[in-house]
Design a protein around this ligand. Structure first.
Ligand code: UDP
Length: 487
């Protein structure tokens, strides 16, 4: 059984969780909060006020009573609060995250004072905070409680991030335009072109680079790093990230993923705890489709495709007669959906395609028997959700660590089919069509599906009672609660 509730000695342990304020970070953090409550913890979940308001609304009854939500003033005008829409949203999220520091400190102080006044809630024994809110390390130091980093990306990426001080020292980062084989001890060479845009020389993203470096250096000061991955998927990277060459302070790495609802792994119906209201009609549409026949297309919570890329995908779908479910966020420059597509596209695909522009219950879609493939930006949550559902991937990475994830999907995990793109990054319709057909009906697609299904089994085993992720969770809880007893 996966991460099941059990009576524990640490039934009164209290932890604070502080995610970075975008959906790709909040969703796994909230799921991890649920995991810890099933192990007897009380969780104080802290984030920007408008994000907490959304969680309250969408989780009205579904959230464990052992999770307390606290919203911090974010001073973001209402019109700008949708941090996950639009390509500049990361900068806004960064501003929100940086602004939360003083109020967070007051909150921690308040929680400690309340506990001293014999409140029924004990003092927090640790802060579990996203790697992108590393100022919380100073808060943790101030109150003499350990900080554990929550890392919702792959461990290969973590190894690279931990190794960053060496790469800077060696003059490799900022990256030269032709940087190719970046050597991280214990791992296959990484391609410079896959690295975050802000790490490159002359990058116009200076604000992002400073933000990223500031946060990554702090990884080395934490008491442990909780990674949303599992040993059977990324054993080599987990071992490498634990070595002195990369991790000189020997910060413990806990690979305890995939962080998904335990019911999901038990094959029980899940009430997808969506971050915002979901469109469940698409599930009914999926019910009417043949097994493994539908291509699911979605690019996460932040990315918006260019109009040209949308048109190339549409032309390919039109030509290859493939059934599809497409979560499409309108580019800001497009006025309405119908003007985006080739003439007659919507009527021609009406019987075999569904396009929705609202938030979709992605995990339910991926685990639906009709879903046979996933065209994805390879955000790490999406990648893990696809693997955990046994669905092969057609990667179309856009930014951040998505290029690295995409390469792993193809070369290392072998659960994907490669999509050829032009020098401008756009995948032309002929190439999209070839890749879609290969994924859904070709031999490569069948091999990727077999491998994805095998990894799905391994993921379920990893989080089961004797599995690697379950053991890592136990080790983390033991470390956190022992530290607590000693302070
Ligand atoms: N997601 C969802 N419905 C949507 C879009 C996204 O449930 O319509 C979820 C998805 O299942 C995943 C997360 O949002 O858990 C996106 O995280 P990911 O790391 O894949 O990408 P990001 O949004 O951070 O780019």
């Amino acid at each position: 059984m996966a991460f099941q509730a059990q009576p524990r000695a640490h039934a009164h342990a209290h932890a604070i969780i502080l995610p970075f304020p975008t959906q790709g970070h909040i969703i796994p953090a909230l799921k991890f909060a649920e995991t810890l409550t099933s192990q007897g913890f009380i969780i104080t979940f802290v984030c920007a006020e408008h994000r907490i308001a959304r969680i309250r609304k969408s989780h009205a009854s579904g959230l464990s009573p052992r999770i307390r939500l606290i919203g911090l003033p974010d001073e973001v005008p209402v019109a700008e609060q949708d941090v996950d829409q639009g390509s500049d949203s990361l900068l806004l999220a960064i501003r929100i995250a940086e602004n939360m520091a003083p109020a967070f400190e007051q909150t921690v102080n308040g929680l400690i004072e309340d506990a001293q006044k014999e409140s029924s809630i004990p003092p927090p024994l640790c802060i579990i905070s996203d790697f992108y809110v590393s100022w919380s390390q100073d808060t943790a130091n101030k109150f003499k409680i350990p900080r554990y980093v929550f890392y919702p990306s792959p461990c290969s990426c973590l190894a690279l991030m931990l190794y960053l001080p060496h790469l800077i020292e060696q003059g490799i980062v900022p990256l030269a335009p032709d940087a190719r084989d970046i050597v991280i001890p214990g791992l296959p060479p990484m391609d410079g072109s896959d690295m975050p845009e802000s790490w490159k020389q002359n990058s116009f993203m200076k604000e992002r680079r400073d933000f990223s470096f500031r946060n990554l250096f702090k990884l080395h000061e934490s008491s442990g790093i909780l990674v949303n991955t599992f040993y059977e998927l990324e054993g080599e990277a987990i071992d490498a990230a634990s070595t002195e060459a990369i991790n000189p302070n020997k910060v413990p790495i806990y690979a305890l993923g995939p962080i998904l609802p335990s019911k999901f792994f038990r094959g029980e119906p899940i009430d997808q705890q969506a971050f915002i209201q979901t469109d469940n009609e698409c599930l009914q549409w999926l019910n009417a489709q043949a097994p493994s026949s539908v291509l699911f297309i979605s690019f996460g919570s932040i990315a918006i495709l260019s109009i040209r890329q949308i048109q190339e995908i549409a032309k390919a779908l039109d030509a290859c007669q493939q059934a599809f479910l497409w979560i499409l966020r309108l580019p800001t420059s497009a006025t309405d959906q119908s003007t985006l597509f080739p003439e007659g596209f919507l009527s021609r695909t009406h019987n075999r395609g569904l396009i929705i522009s609202t938030w979709a219950p992605q995990l339910l879609i991926l685990s639906h028997p009709s879903t046979g493939g996933f065209m994805s930006h390879c955000g790490w949550n999406s990648t893990l959700e696809s693997i955990s559902s046994g669905v092969p991937i057609l990667p179309l990475p856009l930014f951040a660590e998505q290029h690295m994830n995409s390469r792993m999907v193809i070369n290392q995990f072998k659960v994907g089919v490669k999509l050829q793109r032009g020098a401008d990054g756009v995948a032309e319709n002929e190439n999209v069509e070839i890749a879609v057909m290969e994924l859904m009906q070709g031999e490569e697609g069948r091999a990727a599906r077999r491998r994805a299904r095998a990894l799905k089994e391994q993921a379920a085993r990893a989080v089961s009672e004797a599995g690697s992720s379950h053991k890592a969770l136990d080790a983390f809880i033991q470390a956190a609660t022992i530290t607590h007893t000693q302070t």
